[in-house]
Design a protein around this ligand. Sequence first.
Ligand code: HEM
Length: 390
Amino acid sequence: MSSVPEIDLTSADVLGDPFAAYGRARERGPVARLLAPGLGPMWAVTRYEDARALLSDPAFELNSGSFLRPPGIPEHCLAYLRTMSEMDGPEHTRQRRLVSPAFTARRAKDFHARIAQIVNRLLDGLQDEADLLRDFARPLPMEVICELVGIAEADRPAWREHGAAVAMGDREGFVRAVPAIVAGAEAAVARSRAEPGDDLLADVVGVRDSDGDRLSETELVTLVWHLVLAGQTPANLIANAVEALLAHPDQLAALRADPGLMPRAVEELMRWCGPTLLVAPRYAQEDIELHDVLVHKGEPVTVAVAAANRDPRVFADPDRLDLHRAQGTAGNLGFGHGPHFCLGAALARVQTEVAISALLSRFPALAAVGEPRRAPDPGTWRLGALPVTL
Ligand code: HEM
């Protein structure tokens, strides 16, 4: 047991450069123990093959029944917070089957023009000196979510505000935002039933599978809540990607010279500086041996995506950002893997590609101002601010 590498989630080392810290643990052994005040036994697999195996192993379940809900959320909202990210087995499979058709790559491409419009409107509003996170990367996904849900223009300011409260991860703001979002989601579902728009919500409201099964009212409202919760992550990828490109002028020049490189570049940026450092823990359904570590029934195990995506067993020269890199058939794990693979991956890719393309083509002199500020977060690689000049 003493040979198991330990990772102190609160250390300056991890918070400052999680890729290096998780990577060092990966090279010492395949399973690490995560440490933080008040954290019980918590394991992480750090190597790519183990990560993929764990993420599709039904012996590890998300639904422990103990998922944290901050106190103060009104009783009537709680049913809507149990998203498919907390479900396993047939219950999860059924939800995915019903909602997946609305999230295909083809459907995401249908939104391309609308996303480009939002991107250009946000870029039009930028001052010469801007915080690209606050003024561009963060507002974009929330505008896209409003499009997906068919939120009327007049109601959008409130959605932006509540969306920001959820994304900031501040507990008080979160507790205040939940009832407002639930009420907005109930209204959106009712309106979509009465007058279906050309949006994702209308797709899922109308869905029937071959057995006639459909999503219940509660499931639809929960899905809208889930979009607000999970759908804001492109903000972090876009900001991280812009920071990385500005810090690697040769890569930036290659991308400017060949816009066709963009899809491959986005995959590499996801691998190299994607927001997902750790995924939600899975709970062992029985005593299980992971290499030399005995994980007891009920103990949580996560995946250190930050380590797996730079596993030299899979990615040559893994710490190098190389926009021409082929990710291999299996791809990197930035969007997860297995049954819970990110439902919004196609949409996130379109948003990121359109955002970076427009930014680079409209602002040839784009430059960073000073050091970007990182948010200290061992689970998500994200900035606190990204000051630039245009
Ligand atoms: C799941 C990452 C954007 C909706 C996931 C998972 C990851 C992830 C790693 C799996 C988590 C796990 O297995 O524990 C990301 C990243 C994004 C992004 C890095 C942006 C760059 C989006 C967007 C949406 C979305 C734009 C919706 C519009 C979801 C949903 C799930 C999910 C609904 C749950 C799927 C399930 O449990 O079956 N995402 N995501 N994500 N994501 Fe994303």
